[in-house]
Design a protein around this ligand. Sequence first.
Ligand SMILES: Cc1cc2nc3c(=O)[nH]c(=O)nc-3n(C[C@H](O)[C@H](O)[C@H](O)COP(=O)(O)OP(=O)(O)OC[C@H]3O[C@@H](n4cnc5c(N)ncnc54)[C@H](O)[C@@H]3O)c2cc1C
Length: 468
Amino acid sequence: MHLNGNFKVNASRQQVWQRITNPGLMAACIPGCESIEQIDAATYQAVVAVGVGVVKAKFNLLVEVVEENPPFEVLSKTSGLEGGRTSTLTAENRVWLTELDDGTRVDYESEVSITGRLGKFGLGIMRKHVEKMSAKFAVNFQSGILEQGSPAEFSAIDEKVESENLATTSGQAYAQKIEEDSTNTSVSTQNALLWPKTVDEAVAVLSNTSGSQPLAGGATLIAMRNAGLIDVKQYVSLERVDGIQGITIQPDGSIRIGAMTRHRDTAACENLTGNLVVLRQAAGSIASMPVRNMGTMGGSLANADPAADYLAALTCVDASVEIVGPSGTRSIGINEFITDWYETVLGHGEIITAVILPPSCDGYSSYRKVARVSGDYAVASCAISTSAEKTIRIAIGGCGPSPIRLKHAEFSLGRGNFSDNEIDSYSGQLTRLADPVDDVRGSAEYRRNLIPQLVRDAFAGLEKNRGI
Ligand SMILES: Cc1cc2nc3c(=O)[nH]c(=O)nc-3n(C[C@H](O)[C@H](O)[C@H](O)COP(=O)(O)OP(=O)(O)OC[C@H]3O[C@@H](n4cnc5c(N)ncnc54)[C@H](O)[C@@H]3O)c2cc1C
């Protein structure tokens, strides 16, 4: 994968050169870099943690400076392995500096290859990830230059989430008992499976033990474990946790879908009426019956696969996600829940407990997806739902890290039928906002080309449901 870019620094070329050849300073700027050590005049050893979603890898990298032309250009080679695993990273890099009237422009280009665990995400996702790391490096480097500080003074380097353990007493007691049991019986917690009965207990063990992971139906997590993609010490099953199963209508008319609700139950739920039928349609489009029997609402959301069927449907009905963690309960809109490719706002020790939908209204909905074969994830999808205010809300899935929606351009239902021109103009705007990647299911260009047809098909489905 070829990467290139540039950024401007408010410092002279000489100052920039001194800093890019200072290993300590570079370590402080490279996102995820835990250490860097100079081996000899031209060789450095670094440990860099890279992660996409739940898959985390730590590379031991050797960086060799192949050619240095001070203060203009450095050519280097990077190679590394991920511990005893099969992941490898190799890169050939060139960085060059151009003096400007008001600073220095730093250009970089790199030919990068990543195989193994992170290779699973395909080049499209890895490219987005590495581009973001480069942008973050530029910000760190710029702030380091401005501060003229030592590496220790840099602030924007790491995003470690410090967990403030405020779990309740019952949860704490459970977590402590688990710890004592494993100490007393000298049972290794490697691959242990715990069955908490309350949300507090689940949160307490998840926040007190590093390497523990919530387990819902296991549809994705166990497949990832079997493929050697994740390192989990302790699985915390949510199967027996009280209060996070099933779909209920709340006193204010809103609908609560517990995190452990299986896709088959969402697909069959008669409480999802009117404009909320889109959720049933999306659930019914997921994979095959065995997967719908296993997979859960919470697991699908936490996994944040951009191709997942729920995401567009939840977006167009303005759903919110209920999260409980060591600091208490919070609720966050579905648009804010996904922060990047396979990344969510979920912090250390936090679990999704439910998804909340606004009360259903006497409206209509439609869900369309294009998949390579029946039962596969969507290449792209389109969900439409009408609101209580009689507007039509559309969301496109699979064409960015999270669904795309154009709130300002939503149609009013009162006017009756929509002209083809209106629908085309709307789908044109959505296509321009799309940020898809190339992957095994299709190219980014193919995904963009699918959007107009998907929107037209979803509108046709809406008209049908509306009986006109
Ligand atoms: C063969 C196959 C085909 C599939 N096809 C589709 C498809 O067409 N469309 C589609 O949308 N999906 C598809 N899926 C995904 C599937 O529907 C599940 O939604 C997904 O695998 C999550 O499964 P799960 O709920 O069992 O969660 P798990 O596999 O148990 O967990 C998944 C992740 O979520 C975390 N997690 C689980 N629950 C919570 C929680 N409450 N709070 C915080 N974190 C949590 C876990 O720690 C893990 O990281 C497919 C999966 C498979 C295996």
